[in-house]
Design a protein around this ligand. Sequence first.
Ligand SMILES: [Zn+2]
Ligand SMILES: [Zn+2]
Length: 250
Amino acid sequence: MEITIIGSGTGVPSLRRCSPCVVVRVGGSVAVLDTGPGSLRKMLEADVTYADITAVHYTHTHVDHVNDFAQLLFASKYDENPRTEPLLVTGPPGFKGFYERLVALYGDQIISDRYELTIEELSRDEREYKDYKLKTRPMAHMVPCTGYRIEDERGASLAYSGDTGYCEDVLALAKDVDVLVTEAALPPGYELEGHLEPESAGRIGAQAGVGTLVVVHLYPVCDQYDTEAQVRKSYQGRLLVAEDLLRLEV
Ligand SMILES: [Zn+2]
Ligand SMILES: [Zn+2]
């Protein structure tokens, strides 16, 4: 399994950090976790095009995580390279209604009869796809948010929380996982309900016994602080404070 952090940032436009998006190459599948604004373009720098994507797993419908969904559907209609392969899209409870509202807004621009689009709502579920198993848990955010765990045929595993506060379900999602990608959104003193500061992210990494902890969703203010030192207060394992295009093999 190859994991690429496309965007290590937030909804605040930043030249250093693109909005949330992670690409996972697993077997012949290209699974994408969230597509924040600009992520389809940023993905090109990791040699992944929108046409390569086999599935997108959305954690929640905040703009910084879901903005490029309409862009993906729009680009997939592009006449010179129309999509014909099926596309699987999953999201939290209410995601089908979100898609229907996008269709009401954009109409034909994002609807194609050339490929099959499947949309599933997942929360506390398990699915088995061609190249990987997917387990999900509800996260602690201000809107419905689904955390994902991907396991390949060899047992390599990745957990991705999206936006969350500290909760039992994120611990369960990340239990003994090879790589946990979670957020360390804001430095101490800037705490925000439904988000993690670095020390809490570290506590989750330690309590869940993760192999590697990768922190993302860094607001620009984080770059004025030593995020790594903050995480280290509660976590001594392998740690990566992500930059865009960080790549890991599991
Ligand atoms: Zn959010
Ligand atoms: Zn967010």
